[in-house]
Design a protein around this ligand. Structure first.
Ligand SMILES: O=C(O)CCC(=O)C(=O)O
Ligand SMILES: [Fe+2]
Length: 359
């Protein structure tokens, strides 16, 4: 049965507020990639910070190249199966997926679902400079969180618009007391026109998770009603919404309680982005027992090699859920967050979820 906001004692609420809003003691020595004190302070006080220049061009270029390969592999697979009549090889990073999507609606979903993690993505996620910055937020024990995404925001496509939500609404209740920073990393200049992110500043400060609903429009995304957000989280959308353009090479850091959404893409090119999350591996993953995180850095046991193999191969089945044989080209996407919130809007994704739920 879908749940609503969990009652919480005032002690744990005040501890949670502290964890999410107070800057922890900072590392004693300055390390490469460290954020300025001002940036760390903004992350805790406002719930987000934009860092305009952070990555080396080659680090992100390698991810763009890996995406070209993912799209090519998918195009070949679809072509061989007769799903599309063209490979669209004359198109590239900015528009090849759009052409495939036009011919076979749902191609973007196939790519999103595949969840392939090429080496360039692994390298970016576990980039030493980036982990030094994450250490400033959560301390020296750091694991990659199982929830990560390659976003394929093709132009003028409702299925790629992500409505208001707190990321904690996708994880289970165990995770509510765990600070999980997200780095949202665009692979193009992201701006208002191509659908960058918006956040609600200070929306994390109440320490609460508002009641979400499922699912938005033609998507598998949870959604947070604006009135509910204002009432529960104590924000004012007239004043607190911040547009977050991020240039190529930069990133947006947010926490798992801050409400955010991404806008429509009115440009002619795909707005690609990656979102990676980290947390302390000693805390619950909040991922419905499906998957654990991957240890990346530790002051206790130094990490010589990140075990990507286990991370990418070990996913357990969801309890009370029997996935009917999914075709290779099945463009429905269902997940356990659909059981967390009331399904106020049905679509093919929620129907798949309900049909596969066994008890
Ligand atoms: O990239 C998007 O469109 C949405 C991203 C998002 O919600 C996230 O990274 O948590
Ligand atoms: Fe999100």
């Amino acid at each position: 049965m879908a749940s609503t906001t969990v009652p919480i004692s005032s002690t744990s609420l005040s501890e949670r507020r502290k964890l999410f809003t107070e800057m922890p003691p900072q590392p004693l020595t300055v390390k490469p990639g460290h954020l300025t004190e001002e940036m760390v302070r903004q992350f805790f006080e406002e719930g987000f910070v934009i860092i305009e220049k952070y990555f080396l061009t080659e680090e992100l270029d390698a991810c763009r190249k890996a995406i070209d390969k993912l799209v090519d592999d998918l195009a070949q697979q679809m072509y061989k199966a007769g799903k599309v009549k063209h490979l669209y090889e004359e198109f590239g990073f900015a528009d090849r997926l759009t052409k495939l999507e036009e011919e076979f609606p749902g191609t973007t979903i196939l790519l999103h679902k595949k969840g392939v993690l090429p080496k360039a993505f692994q390298d970016l996620w576990s980039n030493e400079r980036l982990l030094n910055a994450i250490e400033q937020l959560i301390g020296p024990e750091i694991a990659g969180h199982p929830m990560w995404n390659l976003r394929t925001k093709v132009p003028q496509n409702l299925a790629t618009v992500v409505p208001w939500h707190q990321d904690a609404a996708y994880t289970d209740e165990d995770s509510y007391d765990v600070l999980v920073p997200t780095a949202w990393i665009p692979l193009v200049d992201a701006n208002f026109k191509n659908g960058c992110m918006q956040v609600v500043r200070k929306g994390h400060r109440s320490g609460k998770i508002a009641t979400h609903e499922c699912c938005a429009g033609p998507t598998w995304y949870v959604m947070l009603d604006e009135k509910e957000m204002e009432e529960t989280l104590g924000v004012n959308l007239q004043e607190d919404v911040v547009l977050c353009p991020v240039p190529y090479g930069g990133m947006l850091l947010i926490n798992n309680l801050i409400p955010h959404q991404s806008l429509s893409n009115f440009s002619n090119e795909i707005r690609w982005s990656l979102d990676f999350r980290w947390q302390n591996p000693e805390k619950p993953w909040g991922f419905y027992g499906l998957k654990e995180g991957v240890l990346m850095k530790s002051a206790k046991n130094s990490v010589t090699k990140i075990d990507w193999h286990s991370f990418t191969s070990n996913t357990k089945p969801l309890k009370n859920y029997a996935s009917k044989v999914e075709g290779e080209f099945d463009t429905t996407l269902a997940g356990p967050w659909m059981d967390r919130w009331e399904i106020t809007h049905k679509n093919r994704h929620t129907t798949t979820f309900q049909e596969n739920t066994t008890a």
